[in-house]
Design a protein around this ligand. Structure first.
Ligand SMILES: *[C@@H]1O[C@H](CO)[C@@H](O)[C@H](O)[C@H]1NC(C)=O
Ligand SMILES: *[C@@H]1O[C@H](CO)[C@@H](O)[C@H](O)[C@H]1NC(C)=O
Ligand SMILES: *[C@@H]1O[C@H](CO)[C@@H](O)[C@H](O)[C@H]1NC(C)=O
Length: 353
């Protein structure tokens, strides 16, 4: 009997299975081609295509870049590299001494103008936001980096101090929303601007033991997509940075590795790929970007994995975040809080405040 025909036992007649095989083969080929096409696009964006140039946002023409939470970590590096690219810098953070030394350092290095504004986003009053808004409105702002953020260690929501939850919402969400609301009208009027919202891959799925933190980042991802569409026709770009681990001075990880770049390398990759989603191209999160190449490949993999096994992804993540659950092994090692999880990146955020 040939492979493409089959004798039905009861009826005794032969049916033709050829169309079935062709269909299955066709679908299989289509799926493979689709995956290859997606991989190709991600590689193209990540390794070859240049991002939008910073000169489109007014560098060397007197435009200012605003970075919140800029006294350390990723924020400080953004300030440095935007200064180097020819923006004047309006630096916003809570510690006046570290703020002025950061400003001085960069001013000397690149001969640009700097201005500092202190505010504690965790406790900022309406008046303090009004003052910040007035400062922001006085400047021609080309780039805004909403970098300030905070987190709290892995713990059940019921065991997380309410004050820490409030900090996460006020700093990660409210500060970003308020500062963006202050800066965006000017960008729209001038018909140029770039807003970068520093996010985290922990915003891509709900994460038990990090319920509040991961939800604030999910908020930022959705906020970014919606806003990007609103201001697209005004030549203003809004992008969510889907950050994975990055090395910082105080983070648990000091030695950079392929998957854990220094802030310098991370920020370089971001600024050279503006407007390209790279690894997040098929994540379903519009205007999210994973530009650092190992993170791009990781995010692409995670996207496929989560599409195929959405519930497995959830269980795996709870396994890595809840001590005592064994499933953490799937993603590397035991269910230890310090394994593949978010600790270094969270520490980065803590520093940046
Ligand atoms: C955001 O912060 C402002 C200023 O403190 C405050 O008035 C407002 O209630 C906050 N919004 C939310 C949603 O917490
Ligand atoms: C945002 O996403 C849309 C849809 O993919 C794209 O057309 C647009 O260029 C993106 N904007 C930025 C700033 O990445
Ligand atoms: C909105 O957030 C959810 C959770 O992170 C995400 O799955 C979804 O893709 C987001 N949508 C957009 C348009 O970013």
């Amino acid at each position: 009997m040939k492979l493409t025909t089959r004798v039905l036992p009861d009826k005794g007649h032969v049916i033709n299975l050829y169309p079935l095989y062709i269909t299955v083969l066709g679908l299989g080929a289509f799926t493979v081609l689709r995956i290859l096409h997606q991989l190709f696009c991600v590689l193209l964006q990540t390794f070859l295509l240049p991002g939008t140039s910073l000169t489109n946002f007014g560098s060397h023409e007197g435009a200012w870049a605003v970075v919140t939470g800029c006294t350390d970590g990723i924020g400080k590096e953004f300030a440095r590299q935007l200064g180097k690219a020819g923006f004047n810098l309006l630096l916003v953070a809570r510690d006046v001494e570290r703020l002025s030394s950061t400003a001085q350092e960069i001013e000397l290095m690149y001969g640009i103008k700097t201005h500092i504004h202190t505010i504690n986003f965790g406790k900022a009053s309406v008046n303090e936001y009004t003052e910040l808004t007035e400062t922001l409105e006085r400047h021609d702002i080309g780039v805004l980096v909403n970098n300030v953020g905070t987190s709290w260690r892995f713990s059940r929501f019921t065991e997380t101090p309410r004050e820490k939850i409030s900090d996460m919402i006020q700093i990660n969400v409210n500060a970003t929303v308020q500062v963006t609301h202050a800066v965006l009208p000017g960008m729209v009027k001038r018909k140029r601007g770039l807003v970068l919202n520093v996010g985290s891959f922990s915003g891509a799925f709900p994460i038990p033991m990090l319920a509040a933190y991961s939800s604030t980042k999910a908020f930022l991802a959705n906020f970014t997509s919606a806003l990007a569409e609103e201001v697209r026709s005004d030549n203003v770009m809004v992008e969510y940075l889907n950050a994975y681990y990055v090395v910082t001075k105080l983070s648990g990880i000091r030695r950079p590795s392929v998957f854990i770049p220094t802030t310098k390398i991370y920020v370089q990759s971001v600024l050279s790929k503006i407007g390209l989603p790279c690894g997040s191209a098929y994540s379903g999160r519009l205007n999210a970007s994973s530009p650092y190449w190992p993170h791009a490949l990781l995010d692409l993999m995670l996207t496929f994995f989560c599409k195929v096994y959405p519930s497995a992804a959830m269980v795996m993540i709870s396994g890595t975040t809840q001590p005592g659950l064994e499933l953490g092994g799937v993603m590397g090692g035991k269910a230890e809080l310090d394994c593949w999880c978010l600790t270094p990146e969270i520490k980065t955020h803590n520093e940046m405040q």
